[in-house]
Each structure stands twice: as C-alpha cells, then as structure tokens.
Design a protein around this ligand. Structure first.
Ligand code: HEC
Length: 471
C-alpha cells in the first residue's frame, strides 16, 4: 500500500498502469533467483568433494544473491498480479511458493554464513527443499502464462495419460476438397485457436469463457451462453466479433488481430445453421450462401494452372509475334506464363498469327484480342488454347456459332464479350467454364431477360451488363 501511495505522489496519473508496467518485468527478473539459487545448490553439493572445498567460504554469498533477487522477483510478481489477468487459484499457490523460496534462501544465507557450526541434519534437507520449491514455483508460473496444458501439449500420450490429460488431438488433415470441409472442425475451431484461445483457455479464462472446444464454447461465460443456436444476431459471441473494432466489447480485445470479414461470415453461417459440433459445409449450405466464401477461405479456388511449371518459350517465336504487332509480357518471375496483347495493332489478325499463337499454347494464360477482327472461324482454333485464364474478345464480329468452341477453356476466369453478337449459346457454354468469375456482356445480343436468368443461375459470377455489375 505504501508503495502505491509513493508512486501516486505527484506526476503519475494512472498509478496502476505504471505498477503493471514494472510488473511485466517479472518474467525477466525471475530468472535471476533461479540462476543464483541453482548455482548455490550445485556449489553446495560440489563443496563436499575435496577438490571444491575452497568454495565453502563463498557459498553464503550465492545464497545472499539468491535471496536478494528472489525478493525482487516477489516484488515484481506482486505488481504483475495487480493486473488481475491470471487464474486466481494458480496465482495463490504460485505467489506463496515464491515467497517460500525467498524465506528459504534467506534461511540458507544465515545458516551458511556461520559455516561449520550448524548441524548437517538441517542443512541438506533445507537445500533440497529450496530446489523443490523453485521447481514448483516455476512450474506454476509457466502454467499462469501459457495455460496448464502448455507443458504437456506435445508430450507422448502415455505421459499425458499419467498427468490425467486426454490423448493428443489428432491434427485435422488439410482440407483439399470442399466436400470434406467440416464447418466446426475445419473452420470455426481453427479460427478460435488462432485468434481467441490465447485469452480463453483454462489458464486464462477471460470473461469466464473457454473457447478451446465446442463443448466449452457452448457452456458460455460469465454472462451465460454466448451462442444461441440458429440465431447469430442473438448470440453474444457473434455480436462481439461483428462490432466496430474500436468498440469496448469488440473481440479479440486489446488490439489483437481481428477475424477477417470472411471469418465473421462463416461464424455467422455456423450459428445460423445450428452451431453444430460437426457437419459438412456443403451439406449444410443447400442454398449455396457460404460455399464460395469457404472455397476462397480455404484457398481451394486457386487456379491449378499456376501450380504448373512451363517451359521457357522459343525466343524466335516471341520475336516473330512481336514483329507481327503482338505485345508479349512475362507474368511471373519464376515461371514462363505469358500475356499476349494484339489489341493495339492496327491490322486485323490472320491465320498466320493464330498459327504462331498455337505454338505458345502452354505458356499463354492472358490473351487480349479485342478489336482485332477475330471471326467465328478463328475461335475454333483459339478454343484450343486450353491454359487461358483471361480472354478478351470484345469488339469482334463473333457470335454463338463461334463461342461454342470455347468450351474447353476450363481455366478461364475472365471472359470479355463486350460489343459482340453472342446470345443464347452462353447458356450452354457457362456450365463448362467452372472457374469463370467474371463475364462482360454489355452491348451483346443478350437481352435483359437472359441476363437476369444468367445472374440468377450463377450467383457468384460477376456479370458486367449495362456498364454496371448486374446485381
Ligand atoms: C487479448 C485477450 C482476448 C482475446 C484474444 C479474446 N478475448 Fe474474448 N474476452 C477477453 C476479456 C478480457 C473478456 C472479459 C471482458 C469483457 O467481457 O469484455 C472477454 C470476454 C469475451 C466474451 C464474453 C464472455 C461472457 O460470458 O461475458 C466473449 C463471447 C468473447 N470474449 C469472445 C471472444 C472471441 C470469439 C475471441 C476471438 C475472436 C476472443 N474473445 C478473443 C479477452 C480476450
């Protein structure tokens, strides 16, 4: 109390802050008594051998240093405990065994100072007791900071069993197929593990809430249940993660890395569909509300094309294309994927140009042939450029007859058909272009009705129609 008064005097506006500031040095300071006392213990035993006899007159200095540093550790530890961040039971025992270390090391100091005169009967048990108390205090301290499960988290199962812990959780295999993604086990719990359990674990049960498993989560915290099955809006957990970040109740608190928008959406979906302990996302999501988000979140929508390594293109070939008016760019430093652009050329594309392009079949992923005089016949050949991810055909006299040849372009993510004559054939083409994310259909022969129909069928496809996203 005196200390508090002393520090409050005058210039400090918030005494508790400055105290806790010093308190945070505790984890650093504790290493001093540990070091000195262990050295004292070793020296004490060593001095029984004739070779180390000369140590004897100095032993009490080691105990003295141990006691002084133990005092500092106790003091800083007390300040840290003022933050109230710790599990009170563990804290109680940690604090008192820490004080015990201090008392015992003082006892050793005074005992060994009057060396020789004391009885060895007290001496050795006392030294052993110091060793045990340090170990015990240190262990509890570790539990306070890391949670009581920390130490044995990676221990072999038999060892965990002896300590009364459940067998290790088998890590979930990485999800590679959307169909095998589990809403809780593969999505919600890993989010909790990454962003919440540092404060909501058995050692640090902030708000009385554990987020280490579905069972614990459903038990709720100080203010009762945090999840109302089927109703995200009514769930405290959802309310807290969906608040503006600067709100006092926002979770994770203390400016820790927040959940992303996608993560919040997935948690909302999980609660809305009943906050189940397990269940396949694809089965729960009959209305396909969250599938796309999950797909992106798990990184399953990456175009497999970019996982391949392609050969460097023939330089003579690149030179001829450049001479013919193509602008060719390499897209990645460590691979040979290419972007070819003919839209700035003043002449129309010819059969000879296409033959050259065909020879870049493996490398060509972006192709811009807008306003290049492409015809329906040309499309038959272009349809064989199977690695294309982006294709711009705007401003060409092409129609349904031509675009039917594009059905093999299964890697295509973006297709620009602005200002062409395409129409109904799209209904046959789109189902084959599974990776397609955006399509430009302004100024085509597609009418409003068909555009609306397409948008309804392909909810996650960005259809650019009438200059705006058609949504
Ligand atoms: C930096 C520490 C910290 C992190 C990280 C953290 N929380 Fe908290 N949480 C707290 C504290 C402290 C409280 C109690 C004070 C309060 O209610 O705001 C709390 C309380 C809560 C409560 C209310 C419990 C009740 O019954 O009153 C919920 C729900 C919650 N947290 C959810 C989360 C979720 C979800 C995450 C991860 C996205 C998270 N927390 C991450 C510190 C944290």
């Amino acid at each position: 109390m005196e200390l508090v008064l002393m520090l409050t005097f005058g210039f400090l506006e918030d005494p508790s802050d400055i105290l806790i500031f010093f308190g945070r040095f505790h984890p650093l300071v504790v290493h001093l008594p540990i070091g000195f006392l262990i050295l004292a213990i070793i020296a004490q035993f060593a001095s029984r051998w004739p070779k180390f006899q000369p140590l004897k007159p100095f032993l009490h200095y080691l105990w003295g240093l141990g006691a002084i540093s133990a005092f500092l550790a106790v003091l800083f530890g007390y300040l840290l405990s003022l933050s109230g961040d710790y599990d009170t039971d563990t804290l109680f025992w940690h604090q008192w065994s820490g004080i015990m270390v201090l008392v015992l090391s003082l006892a050793c100091y005074s005992l060994f100072k009057k060396q020789g005169k004391n009885t060895p009967f007290v001496k050795w048990p006392l030294v052993v007791l110091v060793a045990i108390t340090i170990t015990y205090t240190g262990h509890l301290g570790g539990n306070l900071t890391h949670g009581s499960t920390y130490l044995l988290e990676y221990a072999p199962n038999p060892v965990r069993g002896m300590a009364g812990l459940p067998p290790k959780k088998e890590p979930r295999p990485k999800v590679t197929l959307l169909d095998s993604a589990d809403i809780y086990l593969d999505l919600v719990q890993p989010m909790m593990d990454a962003k919440c359990i540092s404060c909501h674990n058995p050692g640090k049960k902030k708000g009385g809430l554990l987020l280490t498993s579905h069972t614990e989560l459903m038990k709720g915290g100080e203010s009762g249940e945090v999840v109302t099955m089927g109703d995200a809006e009514a769930s405290e957990l959802f309310r807290r993660i969906a608040l503006p970040e600067d709100h006092d109740d926002f979770m994770p608190s203390e400016g820790k890395r927040p959940l992303t928008e996608e993560e919040v959406d997935i948690i909302e979906f999980w609660i809305t569909t009943g906050a189940l302990p397990k269940g396949y996302v694809t089965e729960l999501d009959s209305k396909k509300e969250i599938i796309e988000t999950v797909n992106t979140y798990l990184g399953l929508d990456q175009n497999t094309i970019f996982g391949q390594t392609v050969e460097p293109p023939n330089t003579m070939l690149i030179d001829s294309l450049t001479d013919n008016g193509f602008i060719i760019n390499r897209l990645m430093r460590d691979n040979y994927f290419l972007d070819a652009n003919f839209s700035l050329s003043e002449r129309e594309i010819t059969q000879a140009d296409l033959d050259l392009l065909m020879r870049l079949k493996a490398q060509l992923v972006w192709l811009d042939l807008s306003h290049s005089g492409v015809t329906d016949e040309h499309l038959q050949q272009l349809g064989q450029l199977e690695n294309l991810v982006k294709l711009n055909l705007s401003g060409n006299a092409i129609s349904d007859t031509g675009i039917q040849h594009l059905s093999k372009l299964t890697h295509l993510e973006s297709l620009n058909l602005y200002n062409t004559k395409v129409s109904g054939e799209l209904l046959n083409l789109l189902p084959k272009l599974g990776k397609l994310k955006s399509i430009y259909l302004w100024k085509t022969h597609i009418g409003d009705t068909l555009a609306i129909q397409l948008q309804e069928e392909y909810k996650n496809l960005t259809i650019v129609y009438e200059r705006e996203n058609f949504e």
